[in-house]
Design a protein around this ligand. Structure first.
Ligand SMILES: CSCCC(=O)C(=O)COP(=O)(O)O
Ligand SMILES: [Zn+2]
Length: 225
């Protein structure tokens, strides 16, 4: 499917949805210091050809302007004449679309995802168990353990993108970058948002639970420490 053959109406719908989600995430303070990027696929997916709308690089994502998004191809190259630059992290989006065929990819920097990615960075994954919200990932097995991959953070984005295939887990719709932020995706924007919110809940839960475990003396049932 060529970019030109995708209807203008569909492209506009995607931009409208992205704009709404950007405002909702900005209201949660999920784009501090111009960080974060959002994308949504337009048209059909095939690994050989796909297109998506993505946030322009370096913008204040809490503001809405006519210059917030542009369309790119599977290599992250703009498909229309524009002065806008796609997100510096577009190649990571490209790799996630290529490997999953998903419909939307959202990336945010939060204090909780940064702290947790650092805490578990050395072991390469964040373990979580017994948290009801993993049902948001469509995991219904009782007390199922999940493991959220953590990749090292490099200034050279292609070096991060090339590690994505090694850690991507079909059951877990997200990857953390150590000391940087999270990428979450889904078959559409609704699902990607649901996944991102569930990840952030899990990170916040783990943050508090690790802090409690390390600060409250562990008392056994017979009163011994
Ligand atoms: C200012 S945060 C550093 C870049 C980054 O990690 C990010 O998410 C935003 O980059 P973009 O090019 O998408 O604005
Ligand atoms: Zn980032």
């Amino acid at each position: 499917m060529t970019f030109a053959s995708i209807s203008l109406e569909h492209k506009q719908q995607v931009l409208d949805e992205l704009r709404q989600i950007k405002q909702q995430f900005a209201a949660k303070n999920w784009f501090p210091g111009t960080s974060g990027n959002l994308s949504m696929r337009v048209g059909d997916f095939s690994p050989e050809e796909f297109h998506f709308a993505i946030t322009a690089s370096g913008k204040d994502k809490s503001k809405s302007t006519p210059e917030d998004f542009l369309f790119v191809d599977k290599n992250g190259q703009a498909v229309e004449t524009t002065s806008l630059k796609p997100s510096a992290e577009t190649l990571i989006h490209c790799e996630i679309y290529r490997l999953t065929g998903c419909g939307a990819v959202f990336h945010v920097h939060t204090v909780f995802n940064n702290v947790i990615s650092e805490w578990f960075g050395e072991q390469g994954a964040v373990p979580a168990q017994g948290i009801e919200l993993i049902k948001a990932f469509n995991i219904w097995e009782e007390n199922a353990p999940v493991s959220i991959p953590v990749l090292p953070n490099f200034a050279h984005i292609p070096s991060i993108a090339e590690l994505v295939p090694d850690v991507l887990d079909a059951r877990i719709p997200g990857i953390l970058l150590r000391g940087h932020g999270i990428y979450a995706w889904g078959q559409d924007a609704f699902e990607a948002k649901k996944h991102l919110e569930a990840f952030e809940f899990i990170f916040e839960y783990l943050y508090h639970s690790i802090l409690l475990k390390n600060s409250v003396p562990q008392v056994t049932l017979d009163g011994r420490r």
